[in-house]
Design a protein around this ligand. Structure first.
Ligand code: MRU
Length: 383
């Protein structure tokens, strides 16, 4: 996507052929800054500190982390060390494990002197694949927005609520949940996005608002707790979120607060769709609430908040009384029964084992059969 008329991806290999450039997302929305990552350690730190974040981008960054590690040392032990270092950075987004498994597999049993080249080539391919996948997600999701627009009688914008940031900043390009929105906007279908602020790190207020604004998409930030009220009053036609790990049965882990939006959507008959690239599917897990590891982050993300002071400098202030403890659960799991459908690069399917394995038959043998059968997608609101 473009920033001030310059096309950017969120991660790329520099002209020197080896250092890795990323947009530092901890500096947005007040500063747009590109930084260089030049070692395995630097990539690990960047993922942990959420300089790069969003499940697909974490996977792409880890792939480049492996490539940088190979520059330092090409032994089998170095492959394993890089794998172990990077896998420990963030536990919920399964794209991390997917990318690392893929890289390790391709590097093992290959001549040592070929490993650097193989690693950089595969990391670049993972990035290109992510862009193509997300563009396809946009094309499939566009049909839902078109349908919702028809349902309005074409006399007002389609109101779409999203949570956290599942836009191009969370991927290599396009985004997942926001990709259909960009496609609709670019085709002249009027859309308006309600962006949940997404405490505690405010990815909605800082990142989703920034990228939608740069692209000229109508939007407003709402407090996380506003969604239920807005759905009760017909202000949301459609919810679309991303996911960090989707089980073989269609449960979806996503940023904390997603589950509450899905409950409110269910109670109000608002369709709730989740957009995901196939590397986000964990075919080894069926029960998301029981088996998806939920990241817990530093309590200061809850007790403090950062923002731009009137003088222009970005400052962090304390919200809670001195010494107040906080718990910081970063993700929650929305059960498949609350999800109207999954938007993937191969099309939209019910959030169920049957739905996913019909779209991805090559994984059907891995996915344990779904007793509930194929879920029925929720209806779009009538005009
Ligand atoms: O903690 P984050 O900012 O990495 O969480 C990001 C999300 O929850 C996104 O919704 C998810 O990764 C999907 S991104 C396309």
């Amino acid at each position: 996507m473009k920033v001030d008329d310059v096309a950017y991806r969120t991660i790329w290999c520099d002209d020197d052929g080896w250092s890795v450039r990323v947009i530092d997302q901890t500096r947005l929305p007040h500063h747009f800054e590109v930084v260089s990552l030049t070692s395995l350690d630097a990539v690990g730190q960047a993922i942990r500190a959420m300089m790069v974040r969003g499940a697909p981008l974490i996977g792409a960054a880890a792939a480049y982390g492996m490539a940088l590690a190979m520059r330092e040392e090409t032994s089998d032990a170095a492959i394993d060390f890089a794998y172990d270092t990077l896998i420990a950075t963030r536990p919920t987004a399964v794209n991390l494990r997917w990318a690392l498994d893929d890289m390790r597999e391709r590097l093992r049993n290959r001549p040592h002197d070929a490993r650097v080249g193989i690693a950089y080539q595969r990391a670049a391919e993972i990035c290109d694949e992510d862009v193509a996948i997300n563009s396809a997600i946009g094309d499939h999701g566009l049909a839902l927005i078109r349908e919702a627009y028809e349902a309005t009688g074409k006399d007002r914008p389609v109101n779409i609520l999203t949570h956290c940031n599942a836009g191009w900043l969370a991927t290599v390009d396009w985004g997942t949940a926001l990709s259909p929105i960009y496609k609709a906007h670019d085709l002249g279908i009027p859309v308006h996005v309600w962006a949940d602020e997404t405490r505690p790190r405010n990815q909605g207020a800082a990142l989703t608002a920034w990228e939608l604004g740069r692209h000229g998409v109508s939007h407003a930030v709402v407090a996380d707790n506003a969604g239920g009220h807005m759905m009760q009053h017909g202000m949301v036609d459609l919810c679309i979120t991303g996911t960090d790990r989707t089980t073989a049965h269609g449960d979806v882990a996503n940023k904390i607060g997603t589950y509450l939006k899905a409950l409110a959507a269910h109670d109000n008959g608002v369709p709730f769709y989740v957009a995901l690239p196939s590397p986000t599917i964990d075919w080894t897990v069926t029960d998301g609430v029981r088996d998806i590891p939920i990241e817990q982050r530093d309590e200061t993300e809850v007790t403090q908040i950062a923002g731009r002071a009137p003088g222009g400098e970005v400052v962090t202030v304390q919200l809670t009384p001195d010494g107040t403890p906080a718990a910081n659960y970063a993700f929650d799991v929305t059960p498949a029964r609350l999800v109207s459908g999954l938007i993937t690069e191969r099309g939209i399917c019910p959030a169920s084992a049957g739905g996913l394995s019909a779209l991805f038959p090559e994984h059907a043998s891995e996915a344990i059969s779904d007793q509930q059968g194929v879920a029925s997608p929720a209806k779009l609101p009538s005009a």
